[in-house]
Structure formats: C-alpha cells, structure tokens
Design a protein around this ligand. Structure first.
Ligand code: FMN
Length: 196
C-alpha cells in the first residue's frame, strides 16, 4: 500500500450515530443527532462525547447534566437526519408526533423506536475553544428484547436492528450500501404535525 499525507480528516473511519435526548425548560423533549461518541474505561465503562459549538442540546446537558443517547438504525434514518439538520433553537423543531418515554433511571426522554438507549450522567466536562468534551457515567442501558436472545448469533441480532454507520458525510447501511449524503434522507421524513 502506498500512503499520502493529507490534512486532518476522519474520512473512511466509520462512526455510529446517536440521537441525544434532553428535556427543554418547559419539560418537553428535544433530540439532536451526534456522531462524536465513543467509550472509555475508568473502573467501569463510560461514554465520551463532544459537542462542537452552541446548540440547544449542549445548553440542556450543561444545565441538567443528564441526557439519553439513542442508537440510530436504518428505519430511523429520515427522522435522525431531520433532527441533525434542524436547529433546536427553532421552537417548531419538535412540533410533530414522536413516541418517547422517560428513562428508567434518569429523568431523560428516550425514543421508543431506538433498540439501544444509554441513560447518561456527565461526570466531567472540558470546554475547549468552541467545542466541549464530556465524560459520562452510564446510569442505565435499555436494550430491545430481541438483542438479548442468545439463541441467535450476534450477526443475526445486529442485522435485525441494522445500525447506521457514517463517514465522508455519507450514511451507510449495516450491509455497507450508501444511503445518501447528510441532509438527504430528511427529504423522505413525513412528520405527523402535533394538533393543539
Ligand atoms: C450525521 C450528523 C452527525 C452530527 N454529529 C454531531 C456531533 O457529533 N457533534 C455536534 O456538535 N453536532 C453534530 N451534528 C449536528 C447536530 O445534530 C445539529 O447541530 C443539531 O441541530 C443538534 O440538535 P439541537 O439543535 O436540537 O441541539 C451532527 C449532524 C449530522 C447530520
């Protein structure tokens, strides 16, 4: 293989996507889409993540120190892409029907459609120039029953939920097919508007 030096990039290093859920000041849920998410070890497994600038999700995490991280699957992609391309400071963002439940351990909104949900509490945070790095304690994991069926292989179980991976500003199916550039699946999102 012959390699070339190029400017910093994480192209061709796939990431997993999560929707972070927080309650707004009026106690209604808000969700944003995030990929700067991974794990660390410090006597137990923790979650490390970065929020790269001002946004409602960061304001709410700073305020409450708790949030949910909901794994994004192929079925959720139009919704996730909409939530990642719509600003939470716009009051109309969450004005559609969405099935959410309060976490089992923390007072955070979770998505009924996501098969794996972390309930997270910030342990430490590091404000940088613009972004902020958070180290979080995992207070609970909510996992869909079908993933706990050990009679099925891990391959069968993960195929059932088909998590999205992303790189090069492009979404990929679990099987590796392109599902479009960031900002395109939201075109097929069909929200049912909330009625008063
Ligand atoms: C695929 C994708 C991944 C994203 N990942 C991140 C991320 O890891 N960190 C971040 O700060 N913003 C990320 N964003 C941008 C946020 O989703 C966006 O700012 C959104 O408006 C946040 O929701 P909020 O405004 O309700 O807080 C991502 C957007 C997309 C489309």
């Amino acid at each position: 293989m012959s390699k070339r030096s190029i400017p910093p990039t994480n192209n061709f290093c796939p990431q997993t996507l999560f929707l972070y859920g927080t309650y707004k000041e009026d106690n209604t849920p808000n969700f944003g889409l995030f990929c700067w998410f991974s794990y660390y070890w410090d006597t137990e497994m923790g979650v490390m993540m970065c929020i790269g600038g001002d946004k409602l999700t960061r304001d709410r995490i700073r305020q409450t120190r708790i949030f949910s991280a909901n794994l994004v699957t192929q079925q959720m992609l139009p919704l996730a892409d909409y939530l990642g391309n719509t600003n939470g400071y716009d009051d109309a963002k969450m004005n559609f029907e969405l099935e959410t439940q309060k976490g089992s351990v923390l007072n955070v909104p979770t998505l009924a459609c996501s098969p794996v949900v972390f309930e997270l509490e910030v342990a430490q945070s590091y404000p940088c120039e613009e972004g902020e790095v958070f180290l979080c304690k995992v207070r609970n994991v909510l996992m869909e029953e079908c993933l706990l069926d050990t009679d099925k292989s891990v391959e069968e179980r993960i195929r059932q939920i088909a998590p999205i991976h992303t790189t090069c500003s492009t979404y990929f199916s679990w099987e590796g097919q392109s599902l479009g550039k960031w900002g395109s699946p939201k075109e097929t999102f069909e929200p049912v508007k909330k009625t008063l």
